[in-house]
Design a protein around this ligand. Structure first.
Ligand code: NCD
Ligand code: ZN
Length: 347
């Protein structure tokens, strides 16, 4: 039985760090284990210009210190200036641009309604090799929430990719077998992130035996068959699938509410949960690719030269149930099964 795993330090290719007191409280949870993270721009107001991204990056670094590298993104709006995007990328301020269909999720009111209006930006991004990160859900009220990802692929993603040859695209936090199949059917300029929690929960976890607000996130978890498809993709070794935790903290009073916010906070125990999931699936040897190698390969970045050691313990490892922040307590994701793997060392 394998009880020790040494891997290059992992990266998180989709992370919400928020701002102010919440940023100060939760950023250390990611910086402890991850070397780099793609930082989501859905602040209030969103990060829409290169100058705002640079200022936000500095606020993150002020909390984490230089041992953690925030890879910044811009929030695509119908008013985004292609020249600003290209200049911010050339200056090393941003790594990617994020597409939220308007109204799709937390703080996405400024997102895109008419995709023809962002054509100039997408063309400029394809030319400059800047990846587009997609929140892959349509927002049409007549489309059932469980179908919104599959419909997005057909109505939005595939047309955008056909109309913009050479554009590198990441389908973020995929939740369906449809998304897995679509990625597998396409060339390597399309990648997908998979979250920790979507490898663990299906929609029953949210709804059976009482509503569980801390399992509610967007895209919402689907049927068990979809979870199994995601797990199969994550452990397959296919480099187009890599970790993006989508760790998305909200204070408990905003989650445990009559209109609770979407988002699971997994930063604290993500690597323990993933090691357990991969171990239980008999795929520990594939964890390194998923958390440390496939993401850098997609983004054209070096694999981290520092390492992290995970060890399997005899009795379950425990984590705090919540992290106290100046913006209120944030509940840590409960996978619902014991965790025997823990990070013991970083070199
Ligand atoms: C995210 C958030 O809270 O910012 N919520 C979530 O459920 N994932 C937004 C997002 O990534 O959709
Ligand atoms: Zn997210």
């Amino acid at each position: 039985m394998q009880t020790r795993l040494t891997i290059p330090r992992p990266d998180d290719w989709h992370l919400h760090l928020r701002d102010g007191a919440m940023l100060a409280g939760i950023a250390p949870e990611s910086a402890r284990h991850f070397a780099r993270a793609i930082i989501m721009p859905n602040l209030v107001p969103p990060v829409v210009t290169g100058a705002q991204a640079a200022a936000y990056r500095d606020r993150i670094l002020a909390v984490t210190g230089s041992g953690f590298t925030p890879l910044m993104t811009l929030y695509l709006t119908e008013a985004t200036d292609p020249a600003d995007v290209v200049a911010a990328h050339a200056a090393g301020i941003i790594t990617a641009v994020k597409l939220y269909p308007a109204g799709a999720t937390t703080n996405s009111a400024s997102g895109v309604r008419d995709f023809d209006r962002v054509r100039g930006v997408l063309d400029a991004m394809a030319d400059a090799g800047i990846p587009l990160l997609c929140h892959g859900e349509v927002t049409d009220p007549e489309i059932d929430i469980f179908d919104r990802e599959a419909v997005f692929i057909e109505r939005v993603l595939d047309p955008i990719r056909r109309a913009t040859p050479g554009l590198r695209v990441v389908m973020e936090h995929i939740t369906t077998s449809d998304a897995v199949a679509y990625v597998q059917s396409q060339p390597a300029d399309l990648g997908a992130t998979i979250t920790t929690h979507h490898l663990v929960i299906n929609r029953n976890h949210i709804l059976v035996g009482g509503i569980k607000p801390h399992y509610y996130c967007l895209p919402v978890a689907k049927r068990e068959t979809h979870r199994q498809a995601l797990l199969k993709a994550a452990i397959s070794g296919d480099p187009r699938f890599f970790l993006g935790t989508d760790s998305a903290p909200h204070a408990d009073d905003a989650k445990e509410s009559a209109c609770g916010c979407a988002g699971c906070f997994t930063a604290t125990n993500t690597l323990s949960v993933l090691a357990q999931v991969f171990d239980d699936a008999g795929a520990l040897d594939r964890l390194e690719g998923f958390v440390s190698r496939h993401g850098p390969a997609f983004y054209g970045l070096p694999v981290n030269d520092t390492t992290l050691i995970l060890e399997k313990t005899d009795s379950p490892v425990t984590y705090p149930a919540r992290i106290d922040t100046g913006a209120g307590p944030v509940t840590v994701f409960d996978p619902g099964f014991p965790l025997y793997w823990q990070v013991t060392q970083e070199i």
